[in-house]
Design a protein around this ligand. Structure first.
Ligand code: ADP
Ligand code: MG
Length: 275
């Protein structure tokens, strides 16, 4: 007979047939004064529950557009996009955008605590969680500061703390480290990696320009073409978890970096050559 423990493990490990994200034949066009801009053209992508996916591609290829569609801030012109979010008592989606999206009139701690308060937590509990995340984001001591008093990189860390503190089923990150210096970026990548692997209950889609970051964090790296954005290639990351920062020096990592760059280089060149 199975023990209760074994039974629950079997259930947890059972395959989940329905992907958490199902994007099918999505086109997105924007009408502008200069004519239609095709931002996405025929994008199809499934993301499994608990998967970490990175989107990589030259600027203007539609990465942010795709994230906005996933966040349901906008709708596809054509095609379908389904989120099969687990029906649990948990924030469904949270987003950290490259332009910070934090509230200028709230202190740092209240920016992070705000969403937690909306979830119904007490002020004390919300602040306690906020302080933990601010600590992780190397912002201890800035709890009472206002966004205007912070550098770009610090604001970005506040936005990240806010998104992560909500512990969403789906985490969307749009270049969350873009404004950080290289060292801070590396430290936070490692924090996110550790956090991610600690509980493995979230699904994430992260936009980045940084191939190493994409490989370090992701289960799969999705490479997009220069505009109009299509999916060019999807790379599985053949590196076991839990990962340490040292995996950067492993053969599989170095080879994958090279392969991805060869493919990305063509797109960057195509973009430069375009009128
Ligand atoms: P990325 O994030 O990959 O740099 P975006 O998704 O921001 O690219 O943009 C893709 C293309 O769509 C770009 O050419 C951009 O100018 C255009 N675009 C994005 N949002 C809008 C909008 N609201 N109106 C018009 N054009 C847009
Ligand atoms: Mg973008």
């Amino acid at each position: 007979m199975q023990t209760l423990n074994e039974m629950s493990r079997v259930q947890l490990d059972a395959p989940r047939p329905t992907p958490l994200i199902q994007v099918e034949g999505v086109h997105k066009r924007f009408a502008t004064r200069g004519g239609d801009v095709v931002a996405l053209e025929g994008v199809s992508l499934d993301v499994a529950e608990r998967e970490f996916i990175s989107l990589l591609g030259p600027s203007g290829c539609g990465k942010s557009t795709l994230v906005r569609l996933l966040a349901q801030l906008d709708r596809p012109t054509e095609g379908s996009l389904r989120l099969n979010l687990p029906d649990v008592d948990r924030t469904a989606v949270s987003v950290a955008f490259q332009d910070y999206s934090i509230l200028p009139w709230k202190t740092v701690e209240n920016n992070v605590a705000f969403g937690l308060r909306m979830q119904g937590r007490s002020k004390k509990a919300a602040l306690a969680i906020a302080h933990e995340w601010l600590d992780t984001m190397k912002l201890a001591g800035f709890e009472k500061a206002y966004p205007a008093q912070l550098s770009g990189g610090m604001k970005q860390r506040v936005a990240l703390a806010r998104a992560l503190a909500l512990d969403p089923a789906l985490l969307l990150l749009d270049e969350p480290f873009a404004a950080l210096d290289a060292q801070m970026r590396q430290l936070l990548q490692e924090d996110i990696l550790r956090q991610w692997e600690h509980d493995r209950t979230r699904t994430a889609v992260a936009v980045t320009h940084d191939i190493d970051e994409a490989i370090l964090l992701s289960d799969r790296v999705v490479l997009m073409t220069a505009r109009p954005g299509r999916i060019k290639e999807v790379f599985d990351v053949p590196i076991a978890r839990p990962r340490t920062p040292e995996v950067r020096y492993e053969k599989a990592f170095v080879e994958l970096r090279h392969t991805i760059w060869e493919s990305l280089r063509e797109e960057v060149q195509a973009k430069v050559a375009a009128p």
